[in-house]
Structures are given as structure tokens and as C-alpha cells.
Write a protein that binds this ligand. Structure first.
Ligand code: NDP
Length: 313
């Protein structure tokens, strides 16, 4: 594949400054240029690039031969159009295990140690000790991790390190280190039924869309917490709100939502038993450096006629 010019789309600035990539990729034997989807000359500037690194999808990207998504999830990219246009798409899976793993055990510890309640009380200058039976410890509790890829692995390593027992769900029914039992998606309700934490770490696909529905909430323990670091639409949002309002589950930590930013009118903002984070579970100051290493390796491989890293389609 011809790869002489690589465009860094300004949309990557949602996650890190584009200058980080331009600087880290300076050493490559190709020209790297900043392109801007919002400017009038966007399609021109995109057209002169053989490859583009981007956060957003827009149709003019299909003029390139290769597009790299700075996110792991490519649910916003029309894969069929990429195939039709013969444009290779790669993603950034593999980068997020540490950050997401730490975020997820952060949520677990916040719920168990009631840290979210203490922070809310502090804002009100309220000295309020929890009831004697409110705080608990996560050691010895069970987590069910749905999706055991790079995110799921990051969660399993940390959860087991903190003394949790872990089950997992994925389509491939082979054993996974640190995971007691692997369930396939058809046994999801059984898999979640014994868990204090149900952690979602699957890609959003036709199969996973709303996989956490009213039946799954009904199968969960009433003292269980849902943790969603995958995509909002993996959960039926109405069923979630109902489960939280009716006490079907104890609470939820949500990094991702059907509509982002989460609309001001959402009841989730007001719920004491809900932690809302703004799709920031994988944010880290090293993000741009990590993307740069994937992109640099793919550039090397593509110029050598090899497969790029994390080829999606
Ligand atoms: P990976 O591709 O590494 O892992 C995906 C895992 O999900 C695999 O274990 C896969 O196993 C499993 N899986 C796929 N389909 C199903 C299904 N139908 N039922 C059950 N399990 C399934 O992806 P990552 O771990 O890197 O990322 C996962 C998703 O998390 C991303 O697609 C993205 O949407 C989201 N994400 C969110 C972030 C955030 O900031 N909150 C950051 C990074 C990612 P198998 O194939 O055996 O089923």
C-alpha cells in the first residue's frame, strides 16, 4: 500500500492534543499533517492523505486507503462502507486495560467504602457517619466480567488482586487465567446471578446491543452493582433506570451512555446510588503516546506490505 502522507484529524483532540501525535510520529519516513474535518477545505486536506488517524468518522475519510480510530470501539464507523470502498480500518484496542482496570476497581471501592456518599456529604459540609451496616469490603465478593478482552483482562487482574472472585462471559468458551468460570452469552442470566458487581466490557455490536435488559436485571442480586465501561447501548437504559428506582439492583457506575453527553434531564444524575463519569474511564496522559506506538508500527507494516496492527476490516 502506498503510504506517503498521514493525516492527523483534529478530532483526536477529544482524547489528547493532536500535537502529541505529530511530535511522536516525526521520526516516520512519511509526511504527517494536521487535518480538520470542520474546515471548508476538509475534503481537500483529507484527500491528499493516504492514511488518517481520527476520533470521528466522516465520509471524506473513505478517500484514504487506511483509517486508524484512536478509540477501541468502532461502533460509530460504517464497516460496510469501509469494505465497499476497500479502505482498511484499524482501532486502538489493547491500550486501555490499565486505565479501565483502575477505574473499575475505583468504582467498586467507592461503593463498598461509601466514598461517593462521603464526597457528596463533604460538599454540603455535612459530618455524617454511615449506618453501621452500610460499609463493606470487596474482598471475597464476586464479580462477573462480561467481555474478557483488553478491558476485561485489566479488570480481572486488579479485581483478583483485591481478593474478589471473578467469573466471565464471552463467546469463546475456553478457560481464562484468574477467571473461575467462563459463561457464553446464552447463559448470561446465570452468570450474573451470583455477582456483587457486573462489569460490562464488550464492544457494541448487533449481538451486544441491549444485552443487559429487564430479564438480566431481574436475574441480578438486589445488592449488586452494574458497572458499564463498554458502550451505553449495551444496556437497555429504561430497564436500568427502572431497576435502580425499584431497588432491583443496589447501584451503578456508568462511564458510557446511549446519548453522550448524558442529557441534563436524565434521572441518573440525581440518584445517590449512581456514579456518573463522562466517558473518561480510559483517560490517561499517556493515551497519545500509546496511540502513537500503534500507529508507528502500522505505518512500518503497511509500507512493508504487511497487515497493520488491530485490523478491523
Ligand atoms: P477486545 O476486542 O479486546 O475484547 C472484547 C471482548 O468482548 C472479548 O473478550 C470478546 O470475546 C467479548 N465479546 C465480543 N462479543 C461478545 C458477545 N456478543 N458476548 C459476550 N462477549 C463478547 O475489546 P476491548 O476490551 O479493547 O474493548 C471492548 C469495548 O470497550 C470497546 O469496543 C469499546 O466499545 C469499549 N471501550 C470503552 C472505553 C471507555 O473509555 N469507557 C475505552 C476502551 C474501550 P469473544 O470474541 O470470545 O466473545
Amino acid at each position: 500500500m502506498r503510504l506517503d502522507t498521514l493525516g492527523i484529524d483534529r478530532s483526536v483532540s477529544v482524547l489528547f492534543p493532536p500535537a502529541v501525535l505529530l511530535e511522536r510520529l516525526e521520526e516516520l519516513p512519511i509526511e504527517t499533517v494536521l487535518i480538520d474535518g470542520d474546515s471548508e477545505s476538509a475534503s481537500d486536506s483529507t484527500e491528499r492523505c493516504d492514511g488518517v488517524v481520527t476520533f470521528e468518522y466522516r465520509p471524506s475519510l473513505l478517500n484514504a486507503s487506511w483509517v486508524h480510530s484512536v478509540q477501541a470501539g468502532v461502533d460509530r464507523f460504517p464497516l460496510e462502507r469501509f469494505r465497499e470502498a476497500n479502505v482498511r480500518l484499524t482501532n486502538s484496542t489493547g491500550l486501555h486495560g490499565d486505565a479501565i482496570g483502575e477505574t473499575v476497581v475505583g468504582y467498586m471501592l467507592a461503593f463498598a467504602r461509601r466514598l461517593h456518599t462521603h464526597v457528596a456529604n463533604q460538599r454540603e459540609r455535612r459530618w455524617s457517619r454511615p449506618e453501621w451496616d452500610e460499609p463493606w469490603t470487596i474482598a471475597g465478593e464476586r464479580a462477573c466480567v462480561v467481555g474478557l478482552g483488553s478491558l476485561g483482562r485489566g479488570v480481572v487482574d486488579r479485581a483478583t488482586g483485591l481478593g474478589l472472585d471473578v467469573d466471565g462471559v464471552r463467546r469463546t468458551p475456553i478457560p481464562e487465567p484468574g477467571v473461575d468460570q467462563i459463561y457464553t452469552p446464552d447463559a448470561l442470566e446465570t452468570a450474573v446471578s451470583d455477582a456483587r458487581f457486573v462489569v460490562l466490557a464488550v464492544p457494541l455490536t448487533a449481538e451486544t446491543e441491549e444485552m443487559i435488559d429487564a430479564d438480566v436485571f431481574a436475574a441480578m442480586r438486589e445488592d449488586a452493582y452494574l458497572i458499564n465501561v463498554a458502550r451505553g447501548s449495551v444496556v437497555d437504559q429504561r430497564a436500568l433506570v427502572r431497576a435502580l428506582e425499584d431497588g432491583g439492583i443496589a447501584g451503578a457506575a456508568l462511564d458510557v451512555f446511549e446519548t453522550e453527553p448524558l442529557p441534563e434531564s436524565s434521572p441518573l444524575w440525581e440518584m445517590d446510588q449512581v456514579i456518573v463519569t463522562p466517558h473518561a474511564g480510559s483517560a490517561t496522559r499517556q493515551y497519545g503516546d500509546h496511540v502513537a506506538s500503534i500507529v508507528a508500527e502500522s505505518v512500518r507494516r503497511l509500507r512493508a506490505g504487511e497487515e497493520p496492527v488491530n485490523h478491523v476490516c
